[in-house]
Write a protein of this length. Structure first.
Length: 635
């Protein structure tokens, strides 16, 4: 009986101890940003024990509840990292609240789950490389060979394994990447298909299909004429809505990257096009004979060689055949080109060769001649700067980041430290990409890694991270957000901010005060009534280049910590929504319009020019150096 009483007392005391800790204020919020992952620090794990964030319901499975500590334990485990390595994680530590703020952001739970796996693999690789560098030279050479290739070529591709030709895409696709195949449709029907697939998730037998391109030369159940059918597929949502070329919807005049979703020439009786396809048009049978079916143009034909190219654009993927634009297919939510891990071609086609080019590849650091010039100086905690610029980038956008480093990051204001610039990059599902990204971060010191896989629907989390860095690390007077394909005239931004001389309640940029939510479910920017019930957004500034004052950035961070920010998947609109809430609470907001922020390209006199390829970035910088005028390339 005494033993039993003693056990009861011990259990009671233990329960009191747990309750005492459970009601304590979480000490994490005020912990130093600079060295959160020091092996001697245990504070970062306390939130897993004290005041756990609520378990998160997986939106894909409905009833399955995922414990928050399971999702984040790997991401916030202490690591044996040097101060130089920790520079890439200065905001990581303060983003642990994200797991409790997933409502309204598609694929948020999956992105954190996948990041846990990717992060653990990366940390194992980092530790292995340390061991290799300590003496095993041959193994080191083997690791260097894993660098993401710029192009992959397969000749004599006619031999299919299991009836499917497969081309591995090691590091995904980026804007400008292309896959070209040369072959001749043959067989009984001449039907064939091309699938761009992602990596299959654990436990799933089949991978998601980012693009399904199905060529049916003798039609299908809907038509007897040749047709191209495009679609996507995932385990969770099965097949999406088909897009057909020629389209039965004659009023469908939507475009992708300013190109027709289906070329007007496809399916039309065009003798000129038909004649140009064959060397001797006079030898072809007349299409005007009585009773003969009119010849209609179709890019593929049995027995005729075709050269076809899939090219990755800003808004979608285009197909050209024999130099003619044929189709465009817009990206769909969560099915993005960086996810592509393999190209598969199957069916009645005799392949000659397949070439993937323009693939994302990092520069060999051993051969970067201007490495020291491109490095960003370390930023001491709370160093005051005039302007902090946070750049959205994705893991395999190596070339875009290098173009920014070699161009507008060379402004005197940036080199002197008056302006600080950092890239904000989520993890990739591909380990090779993450390894290259890690090496790049250590080399240049200008990358902030994010503790989630980089789905487009989660970019709002990066906005929060930029506000954290701009106020808690850089202690900036102003905080700016831009993209890695935007060219920023830093001198003009500073000049404009100085001239308006507004240091509180400022939103500066290309202000949109009359925009409405996209209600078209096929739109990349589709917003449901549940996500935003109103017919109009509050004023917001376009994402390629907007600036907020320090007080707004600070308020975003504080509201984030308290779980009071409305999560909205369009980050620039989200900032407008947050500022509108601050306005309702008494903040005197000043909306300063800057019409020289061009969100759809470049125009003379620009302050920000968007959608600039790396070569265009270098061209713009060269023009500024030569003429000291903001003129666009080609002018």
């Amino acid at each position: 009986m005494k033993k039993w009483s003693g056990c009861v007392i011990l259990v009671f005391l233990f329960t009191l101890l747990v309750l005492r800790y459970g009601i304590m204020e979480n000490p994490l919020a005020e912990t130093s940003l600079y060295n959160p992952f020091s092996r001697n620090s245990s504070d970062h794990q306390q939130w897993l024990i004290i005041g756990d964030p609520p378990a998160v319901q997986n939106p894909e499975s409905g009833s399955q509840v995922v414990p928050a500590d399971t999702l984040v334990s790997d991401l916030f485990m202490p690591r044996n990292l040097s101060d130089r390595e920790l520079r890439a994680l200065q905001t990581w530590y303060h983003l642990h609240h994200l797991i409790s703020q997933v409502e309204g952001l598609p694929h948020a739970v999956e992105a954190i789950k996948e990041a846990g796996t990717a992060w653990e693999s990366l940390m194992v690789s980092v530790e292995d490389e340390r061991l290799i560098n300590s003496g095993n030279v041959s193994a080191h050479q083997k690791i260097k060979e894993k660098q993401c290739p710029y192009s992959i070529r397969r000749m004599n591709a006619s031999e299919f394994g299991d009836g499917i030709f497969k081309l591995k895409i090691p590091c995904g696709l980026v804007q400008g990447s292309s896959i070209t195949f040369i072959g001749t449709p043959g067989g009984l029907l001449g039907n064939f298909r091309i699938d761009l697939t992602a990596t299959a998730l654990p436990g799933e037998p089949d991978p998601p299909i980012i693009l399904h391109y199905n060529v049916r030369l003798h039609g299908d159940k809907i038509t007897e004429d040749p047709v191209i059918v495009q679609n996507t597929w995932t385990v969770a949502h099965d097949w999406g809505a088909e897009e057909r070329c020629p389209s039965p919807d004659y009023d469908d005049d939507k475009k992708v990257d300013d190109l027709e979703k289906c070329s007007a020439m496809v399916g039309k009786d065009d003798k000129r096009i038909f004649a140009s396809r064959h060397s001797n048009a006079s030898r072809q049978p007349s299409s005007t004979k009585e009773g003969a079916k009119p010849r209609r143009y179709f890019p593929f034909k049995q027995g005729y060689l075709a050269i076809a190219t899939l090219r990755v654009g800003v808004e979608g993927i285009q197909m050209t055949v024999d130099g003619k634009h044929i189709t465009s297919f817009a990206y769909r939510e969560s099915l993005e080109p960086w996810l592509v891990s393999e190209a598969r071609i199957s069916g009645d086609i005799n392949l000659i060769s397949v070439l993937a080019s323009g693939l994302p590849t990092s520069e060999d650091l051993d051969h970067v001649m201007d490495l020291e010039m491109l490095k960003s100086p370390p930023m001491p905690i709370h160093k005051a700067v005039d302007l902090f610029i946070g750049i959205f980038s994705t893991a395999n956008n190596f070339k875009h980041r290098m173009a920014v480093r070699r161009t507008w990051m060379q402004y005197d204001a940036v080199k002197s430290g008056a302006v600080a610039v950092r890239f904000f990059v989520g993890l990739h599902k591909n380990q090779m990409v993450n390894e290259e990204l890690w090496n790049e971060a250590q080399a240049y010191g200008d990358i902030q890694l994010m503790p989630f896989v980089d789905y487009y629907s989660l970019i709002t989390w990066k906005t929060i991270a930029i506000c954290i860095y701009g106020t808690e690390v850089a202690s900036a007077k102003y905080v700016m957000k831009t993209d890695d394909d935007a060219f920023v005239r830093v001198d003009e931004v500073l000049s404009s901010l100085n001239s308006i001389n507004v240091t509180r309640g400022l939103l500066y940029g290309r202000i949109n005060s009359a925009s409405q939510p996209h209600r078209n479910v096929d739109s990349k920017w589709y917003i449901s009534h549940e996500e935003w019930p109103e017919n109009k957004y509050p004023p917001w500034a376009h994402g390629p280049g907007y600036v907020v004052s320090r007080d707004i950035a600070k308020a975003v961070y504080k509201q984030h910590k308290r779980g009071r920010l409305k999560m909205f998947k369009l980050e620039d609109v989200a900032m407008g929504i947050w500022i509108d809430e601050m306005k309702k609470q008494g903040l005197d907001v000043k909306y300063m319009k800057e019409e020289r922020v061009y969100n759809e390209g470049c125009e003379a006199g620009y302050v920000v020019a968007h959608y600039q390829e790396p070569r265009e970035m270098l061209c713009l910088w060269g023009k500024l150096q030569e003429t000291h005028r903001a003129t666009c390339c080609g002018e």
